[in-house]
Design a binder for this molecule. Structure first.
Ligand code: C2E
Ligand code: MG
Ligand code: MG
Length: 594
């Protein structure tokens, strides 16, 4: 049944040479009839198939292969033409049990052709090594994918951690090698995503990543004579880490940090958009890098939050004291969440009075709603302490909604029960709130819930906010379109000048307390107040002086033509209950004692 032995054949030389070749070729060759019965087979085929022949018989190829490839007979019958392909490189896994419980596994590749109406030719190859190599490659690709950020094609957090671990474990006590971890978070990236869509956001992240890489390539020479091994990685949605290794001096890290900030702050041209997106950066130097890679990254992110708190677009070097502050903040944040749920927050109201050069004051002019937190241990906590935190941790939306809802509820109840109820309700709107896409619908819904006329609501925004982006301007216009009015809070403390007042879509300017406080003692401040009142009047805006504490301040403010005043002189902020008493007093006395 085997190939005829070439030594004994008396055919021509060419035929002998061919047989010699087929006999020695490292491929298994088998010739069978259409039923798979073997007619000829070379030694390599016999060697491959023998371990599979359960009864030590290699008479029928289909039978020998049936445990691994049961359909071969069917497949060959399906080829009805006199010649054609039955199967091409069909891979079958073979496991041969050995004595002692071991198993040898291999993979065979089988190709079968029908070469005339009666015969099949099978070629068998051992592709075990090839398969192993393919598998190893696949595993490596999978491993690499788990360490690669697909959007930016940058390494991910795992790579940074491994590299940091390697650097830290290689360090010796007298090692002069400096390293630094730079942790970056985009400023207001969410705003870009929300306003322009995720695709634009993704494209911007890709461009940012490219800038990071290009800048780092330029900084290679910051390192020592051996090539620097800086890594730039994406470690979160809009978070990137740069690991600077092999620095000569800690100052080099500062230089790179500042260069990165400058490069990343340049505008990103995406389609018709010119986007600006600076980053906030936290830096941990080798000297402060205590703890494992995770701890170092955590410390760098704590410093990054400090950079954000300082206004963003800058880097802050980590100091140990920041950990305690971050811990306190995260504790306060947890408590603030509870405070909302357990109704520890409440709203107080500070009357705003109308001023008149005659000296009369109009006590029913309005009130400003101010939030308070009755902390179970700390007592009353000022909004100055928790509004900023609420903005950082995303609680401001819920708090703002609570304040607006409570205030509108109280206000409308006063309207129904008091003839002397205040005519206007002012509510503060923080920067993070106005950036929320649903703020306009939230305000509209609240007004509707309480059946409150929109013209009786005034929203106070700060000067820095009003000067913000196109998006903010659009939101403010949409709010005004509801019929309410806008006030510019704390005017004079920001960067905008009187000459830019006309750019703000506001109806009222609130002159900051720091001006009022010196109105009666400093000619300079008096001039500033007067100028503000004049410019506002010329633009059709009203003015309110904040923080009037003394009668002499009130006299100056009134003489300068300010429309309204607010301050301890008239009233401290009052609880809803105290407001009832205030309104009762107003209606009996027609006035309040200053
Ligand atoms: P603001 O909007 O400028 O509010 C006026 C602040 O000045 C209030 O402080 C008020 O109690 C205080 N004040 C009023 N009259 C006088 C006075 O004669 N002398 C002095 N020394 N202070 C006076 P408060 O309630 O601590 O609020 C501080 C800031 O917190 C507010 O400044 C506002 O920016 C923010 N805030 C308060 N409530 C809310 C709120 O519900 N939402 C938001 N987003 N911010 C709020
Ligand atoms: Mg205010
Ligand atoms: Mg104010």
């Amino acid at each position: 049944m085997n190939l005829p032995d070439p030594e004994t054949t008396d055919d021509s030389d060419a035929y002998a040479a061919l047989l010699q070749f087929l006999y020695r070729v490292p491929v298994g060759l088998v010739q069978t009839n259409l039923d798979g019965e073997v007619e000829m087979m070379n030694p390599k085929a016999a060697q491959m198939l023998m371990p599979l022949a359960t009864d030590a018989s290699l008479d029928n190829l289909f039978q020998v292969l049936s445990p691994m490839a049961p359909d071969l007979r069917k497949m060959s019958l399906a080829v009805t033409a006199p010649s054609g392909e039955v199967c091409d490189s069909l891979r079958v896994d073979v496991s041969v049990p050995l004595a002692g419980g071991r198993t040898v596994r291999s993979t065979l590749s089988i190709s079968i052709f029908k070469f005339d109406g009666n015969r099949l030719l099978a070629m068998l190859g051992d592709v075990t090594l090839e398969v192993q190599r393919e598998q190893a490659g696949l595993e490596r690709r999978l491993r690499d994918a788990a360490r690669l950020d697909l959007l930016t094609q940058m390494p991910n957090r795992e790579v940074v951690k491994d590299r940091l671990f390697a650097i830290q474990t290689q360090q010796t006590s007298d090692d002069q090698n400096e390293f630094a971890v730079l942790f970056m978070n985009c400023d207001r990236f969410k705003q870009i995503n929300d306003a322009l869509g995720v695709a634009v956001g993704d494209e911007m992240l890709g461009m940012l990543a490219e800038r990071l890489r290009a800048t780092l390539r330029l900084t290679d020479r910051v390192g020592r004579s051996s090539p620097a091994q800086h890594i730039a990685a994406r470690v979160g949605g809009d978070e990137f880490v740069v690991l600077l290794d092999n620095l000569l001096h800690p100052d080099d890290a500062h230089a790179v940090a500042q260069r990165l900030l400058d490069v990343l702050a340049k505008p990103y041209g995406i389609g018709p958009h010119q986007l600006y997106c600076g980053v906030s950066m936290g830096v941990v130097m080798k000297a402060q890098a205590s703890g494992d890679a995770d701890a170092v990254m955590q410390d760098a992110s704590i410093a990054m939050v400090e950079a954000k708190r300082a206004g963003g677009g800058r880097y802050v070097v980590f100091e140990t004291a920041m950990q305690a502050a971050a811990l306190l903040r995260s504790r306060t944040e947890a408590q603030l969440r509870q405070a909302l749920a357990q109704q520890q927050l409440f709203v107080v109201y500070q009357p705003v009075v109308g001023l008149d050069k005659s000296g009369d004051i109009d006590v029913g002019s309005g009130v400003e709603a101010l939030v308070r937190w009755e902390h179970p241990q700390r007592g009353l906590v000022s909004p100055v302490e928790f509004i900023g935190l609420a903005e950082e941790c995303g609680l401001i939306g819920a708090i703002g909604e609570f304040v607006l809802d409570s205030a509108c509820g109280d206000f409308m109840q006063w309207q129904r029960s008091h003839p002397q109820a205040p005519r206007l309700l002012a509510v503060n709107l923080s920067r993070a709130q106005i950036e929320q896409p649903d703020v306009v619908s939230m305000v509209a819904k609240t007004l509707q819930t309480h059946q409150m006329p929109a013209h009786q609501l005034q929203l106070e925004i700060t000067e820095s906010l009003a000067a913000q982006s196109v998006l903010v301007q659009q939101q403010l216009s949409a709010l005004k379109a509801l019929g309410l009015t806008l006030a510019l809070d704390d005017f004079g403390t920001g960067y905008s000048s009187l000459s830019s007042l006309h750019q703000f879509p506001v109806d009222v300017v609130k002159i900051d307390r720091s001006f009022t406080a010196q109105g009666d003692t400093s000619a300079h401040h008096r001039v500033l107040i007067e100028a503000t009142v004049r410019v506002a009047q010329s633009l059709g805006m009203q003015t309110v002086a904040e923080g009037i504490e003394t009668t002499s301040q009130a006299a100056v403010i009134t003489a300068l033509g300010c429309d309204k005043g607010q301050g301890y002189l008239y009233s401290h902020p009052l609880t809803a209950e105290q407001m009832q008493a205030w309104m009762a007093r107003v209606s009996t006395e027609g006035n309040v004692d200053a």
